[in-house]
Design a protein around this ligand. Structure first.
Ligand SMILES: N[C@@H](CCC[C@H](N)C(=O)O)C(=O)O
Length: 258
């Protein structure tokens, strides 16, 4: 049996995207997913996303990291999911869909997706870092020479050393003089640096605001794969109306022999 797949990227975070409304994809087989995500023996991607029907919300995003295991929320994947739904013409400019962390609203306009993230009620300030859950767990640490940092080595050390078996995604951030930030992320489940991480970028924006380093209600972030904007409201340390905004593109289409 052949299954049609599409490849999407959101600021360089890349995903195999499959319309699984007919439930034909073998999603319980982690080896299949891991092999499809392999960059030498498969299609190659940071993750695999299924678009499925959902009784309550209409559509559901089922997200797997490249290790083949179902992940928590993926912000860039969510933006690509909306672009895919737009391509399939099953949404008209705006939508809401279910994901691992609950319901998300989103709009798409000229390839730019604005994705509403879950509220963030708890931010833990540690001696050298901040930790929060933006749908996925994120450690945010300010560093001086971000460009020269060995993100793979330092990220893996913190991901396993500080956060135990379950782990966390690890973000390193450096401010620019114009008030924007450069971010590099070690992703749990990919177990490597990716070019961008949407829930990570969201965590960085909120962390910079929480620490008083960023004053306004929007933060510009530069990742290796492109730029993202995060907008939010904040009252008494609770962050609501959080939007992750940036481009999401279809890269190619193919067939998988299953
Ligand atoms: N690339 C994602 C992050 C996905 C979550 C993560 N890898 C995990 O399961 O911990 C994003 O754009 O948010």
């Amino acid at each position: 049996m052949d299954i049609i797949f599409y490849k999407y990227q959101g600021t360089g975070n890349d995903f195999i995207m499959i319309d699984n409304r007919q439930k034909l994809f073998p999603k319980n087989n982690a080896n299949v997913i891991e092999n499809l995500c392999d960059r030498r023996f498969g299609i190659g991607a940071d993750g695999l996303i299924l678009l499925e029907n959902d009784e309550m919300s209409g559509y559901r995003m089922v997200y797997f990291n490249s290790d083949g295991k179902e992940g928590s929320m993926c912000g860039n994947g969510g933006r690509c999911f909306v672009a895919f739904a737009d391509f399939l013409q099953i949404i008209q400019g705006k939508t809401s869909f279910d994901a691992a962390d609950g319901l998300h609203e989103a709009t798409i306009n000229n390839g730019i997706v604005s994705l509403k993230m879950q509220n963030v009620n708890e931010i833990k300030v540690k001696p050298n870092a901040i930790f929060m859950d933006t749908g996925s767990p994120h450690h945010v640490q300010i560093v001086e020479n971000l460009e020269a940092l060995d993100v793979f080595k330092e990220g893996a050390k913190l991901r396993y050393g500080l956060y135990g078996e379950k782990g966390s995604n690890i973000n390193f951030v450096s401010p620019r003089v114009d008030g924007s930030y450069d971010v590099r992320t070690y992703e749990r489940g990919v177990e490597d640096e990716t070019l961008s991480c949407g829930t990570g970028v969201t965590a960085v924006a909120l962390a910079m605001h929480h620490l008083g380093k960023s004053k306004g209600n929007q933060v510009q972030i530069h990742t290796k794969g492109g730029d993202l904007k995060v907008e939010f409201d904040e009252k008494d340390g609770i962050y609501t109306d959080i939007f992750l905004i940036g481009s999401a593109k279809q890269v190619f289409k193919g067939e998988i022999e299953c």
